[in-house]
Design a protein around this ligand. Sequence first.
Ligand code: ASP
Ligand code: MG
Length: 498
Amino acid sequence: MIARPCIRVLKFGGTSVATPERWRQVRGIVEERLATGVRPVVVVSALSGVTNLLEDVLRALRLREPTRDLLADVRHRHERLADGLDVRDHSGYRAVLASLESHVDAVAGAELADRDRAAILAHGELASSALGAAWLRESGLSVDLQDVRQWVRASGDGAEGSHHPYLSAAARSERDPALQRRLLSRPATVTITQGFLACNDRGETVLLGRGGSDTSASLLGAILGATEVEIWTDVPGVFTADPRILPQARLLDRVSYDEAEVFATNGAKVLHSRCIAPLRAGGTPLSVRWIDRPDTCGTRVDGTEPRPGVKGVGLREGLCLLTLDRLGGGGSTHDFATVLAAFDRVGFALDLLATGRDRVQLTLDPRSSPGLEARLPDLVERLGLACRASLQRGVAAVSLVGHDLCGSLRELAAYLACLRDWSFPIVQHAADGHSFTVVATNGAARELHAGLHETLLLHGKDDIRTAPAWEQLDRTNTTTSSPPTPVLRAGAALGASS
Ligand code: ASP
Ligand code: MG
């Protein structure tokens, strides 16, 4: 039976659009949605590795080095995919690649502006969407290739209010009922569009930050009044820890918006940390789905009130610890204002923080935005005018993540025991109550991360222990020759009512 038409946003990440097999899976998923009256809006990332290559092009331009081989590699990846899919109409993606090459030519030898950086990086998504649209059309679907810059607008005029208005812009998420009606009134059509990109009020291309295609999907979900946003990726969902680091990590079948956001900001790579906010306002659910096994349920993110308690362990590596000694008269608001002003000037966000009588210690994530790494010396120099500032690299943050951790202090006894006799410069309880973090400078982070996962989750919680582990799912995925059996049940991991 065909239900009333509704819109669903389906986002496919870089690895989910990089091979012919993956595109055939994409088509299968899209066809299934169409058959039930859904109007799919497909959001794609650049082919896996292409945004990194384009960053390499930018680096080469800055250093006045040749870009020819890098651009040839970008072209080759698209041609190889088009060959594998037997695409007949090459005009769309080849026009994008030609525009990329002429843009790079035009700026070679000149000082690069962020505006050019954004325009160059945007070509990855423009090319993958054009190629995918051609193939889906040739395989018999009615396809509309949409330029996402007509739908997703940066908030503000991009110049103020953000340090990275071109490379990591914020965007508007107000619903557009006219657009929604227009999509719903069309006969069964697939819309395919780009993640990562938006447009500012001057009509220029801006980007939503690395990994920002998830946020594009959520923004479109809110703008188009979608009933659900599906993030299709190469892992089955949100796990109790990063499954690539701890293969025994368990799959969570349901997390709240807050929890998903805290997981993302504390190191879970499966979702972009800014993709939750646009969904929360309208209560739009999001599901993380596994492209290799479309029959599995994945993780659902929605507004259900979760049980308090630890649900995962996060690890963020590659941070810097900044220590400020002899900061004026002992941490007064005036002294702290000096620190904030320097951060603001240089474009860093405050991360983790500990204050003492005449010492402040804080962490920075130089990879949180493009170009930050290069500004670190400027920050230390500015702060050096007000105090003694020193910077330590290679620092890691280990976090417990879960709803209202303060409401389950009993669990924290085991947490404190895991900290053993290590010492940590920063121990922080997040003001929202959903995470506890320690900053480790001495290589203890990985050991602590594994120990906390074992003690608090695998030994501490029966519902989590019995949920599917990544190592088991991964094995089922790669070694089955018979048709896979669905191994996941909604509600299995957290006893959530679904
Ligand atoms: N292609 C962009 C990146 O690699 C955006 C994304 O894939 O989410 O960062
Ligand atoms: Mg991603």
